[in-house]
Design a protein around this ligand. Structure first.
Ligand SMILES: N[C@@H](CCC(=O)N[C@@H](CS)C(=O)NCC(=O)O)C(=O)O
Length: 249
């Protein structure tokens, strides 16, 4: 039996893409276990076997078969991987620099993270039945976060906490980046020049293209919501792409 790290995931998930990007950036071999969010089927996050391992029932989930260690929450997983493998470029060793990364990772949840609820889910997942109140609140929170990035973090520095990208940038990009015109085309960044510059720099970071393959496959969804088969199809193509690339590590 393989002792490779397992990541339970589908590539369309923002939180999943953040973790996969770190692993691809460092070329750490792992096994991707296709796990459908919200499904009670055997390969779903709401199946009792999955809930037994990850009680919140979300992807990504990390399992280390060598030790039995289990971990959910993308930010916790990224910090754990960086700590374990001493990837101090992505998660600085120096306490103050690391605390600034943590600052953003905690801040992220009720603002930048709302990109998915504000823009992605209303088009891609109408089946979720999000109300206008929920969507409008998410838009307000996201815009506040984006303005903070534009006028503070990314005005002062090339990247969120300094002149090099860290897991804070990866966490932010998987939310903001998905909205760009080359992917879903759900947000116009014209009035956010610092964010635009940063998006361009982030797209050159090793691993970006592999983990965003799924979004290139999905394409522009700004005018017409994708059919469920298209969403699933993009996920499967994204999954196959990642599985293929993993054989090259
Ligand atoms: N805060 C979590 C969010 C993860 C999350 O919401 N994952 C979604 C997919 S994007 C999920 O698994 N949803 C399934 C469910 O809630 O049933 C993280 O960063 O890992």
């Amino acid at each position: 039996m393989s002792n490779k790290l397992k990541i339970y995931a589908v590539p369309m998930s923002q939180a999943v893409r953040a973790v996969l990007w770190v692993l691809f950036n460092k070329k750490l071999p792992f096994e991707l276990v296709l796990t459908v969010p919200g499904s009670k089927e055997a390969n779903g996050t709401r199946h009792p076997d999955y809930l037994n391992k990850f009680p919140n029932g979300t992807i990504p989930g990390l399992e280390d078969p060598a030790t039995g260690f289990l971990l959910a929450e993308s930010h916790a997983i990224m910090c754990y991987l960086c700590n374990k493998h001493n990837w101090t470029d992505l998660y600085p060793a120096e306490y103050e620099a690391r605390a600034k990364v943590d600052d953003f990772l905690h801040y992220h949840h009720r603002n930048i993270k709302e990109a998915s609820l504000a823009f992605f889910a209303p088009m891609a997942r109408p089946d979720l039945g999000l109300t206008d109140d929920v969507i409008n609140m998410a838009k307000k929170l996201f815009t506040k976060g984006l303005n903070a990035l534009e006028k503070q973090w990314l005005k002062k520095n090339n990247f969120i906490t300094g002149n090099n990208p860290t897991i804070a940038d990866i966490a932010a990009y998987v939310e903001i980046g998905q909205l760009q015109s080359q992917f879903t085309n759900l947000f116009d960044f014209e009035t956010y020049p610092n964010v635009k510059r940063w998006l361009g720099e982030m797209s050159n970071i090793e691993g970006h293209d592999d983990v965003h393959f799924v979004l290139s496959e999905l394409g522009d969804i700004s005018k017409t919501p994708p059919a469920m088969e298209d969403l699933m199809g993009a996920n499967i193509k994204g999954f196959k792409h990642i599985a293929q690339r993993l054989t090259e590590f």
